[in-house]
Design a protein around this ligand. Structure first.
Ligand code: ADP
Length: 207
């Protein structure tokens, strides 16, 4: 039976592109850990019928809507690209809403701890919503190789994304735990299992 007073502590899970965040997250899900992805929360807050979408349309006009009433992300991206003032306007609107969305989702979690997966955990300040941070880390060359294979994209494109993200040093400076994902998938799985058993011993994310 669930105990209404029970509140899971929150683990932040992050890593650069191609580090293996999503693969690690899937292993935690398989172990029964409840999880929310910040990228999904960012999509949910602009779904049709949500107040943020109405505000975006009021600000930018109907050009940011698709025919079916959903947000046209690429149109919006084009509008804020190279316009820092508009970008800031959008971030000021969405940032707190995404935070609230994550909090309300995690409030319903019923595993002993719950996970916030966010590629930009450090950059966005979302790490402040967590009690502990796990960084998935891999040598840059492996990150590039894996992303090129996954997304059939060029090395230059991956490099550009890497450059826009926090540096490995910035990310690691916020880490409580680091999983070095430089071996095969079985190793990643066994490391996630090891960390999971450790996390089950923690209260509030601390030993
Ligand atoms: P991220 O979510 O951090 O961008 P993914 O979890 O999508 O990264 O991993 C990038 C790609 O590398 C995926 O195709 C994934 O299946 C693969 N991958 C992840 N970890 C390993 C590993 N240890 N060995 C081989 N391939 C891996």
């Amino acid at each position: 039976m669930t105990n209404p007073a029970f509140k899971p502590w929150i683990l932040g899970l992050t890593g650069g592109i191609g580090s293996g965040k999503s693969a690690a997250a899937q292993h935690f899900i398989d172990l029964g850990v409840h999880l929310v992805d910040a990228d999904n929360a960012a999509r949910w807050v602009v779904e049709p019928g949500r107040p943020a979408l109405a505000k975006i349309v009021e600000h930018f006009g109907a050009q940011v809507l698709q025919a079916n009433g959903e947000l046209d992300r690429s149109a919006l991206r084009r509008l804020i690209f190279q316009d820092p003032e508009q970008r800031r306007w959008l971030e000021t609107l969405l940032h707190p809403l995404i935070g609230q969305e994550i909090i309300s989702y995690l409030a319903r979690a019923e595993s002993p701890y719950a996970i916030l997966v966010s590629p930009l955990l450090v950059e966005s300040g979302q790490y402040k919503m967590t009690q502990r941070v796990l960084v998935i880390d891999a040598p840059e060359q492996l990150q590039i190789q894996r992303t090129m294979q996954r997304d059939s994209t060029s090395e230059e494109q991956v490099q550009a994304i890497l450059k826009a993200q926090a540096s490995r040093e910035q990310r690691l400076s916020h880490a409580d735990d680091v999983l070095i994902n430089d071996r095969d998938p079985a190793w990643l799985k066994s490391e996630v299992e090891r960390l999971h058993h450790f996390y089950l011993t923690l209260r509030g994310g601390q030993p």
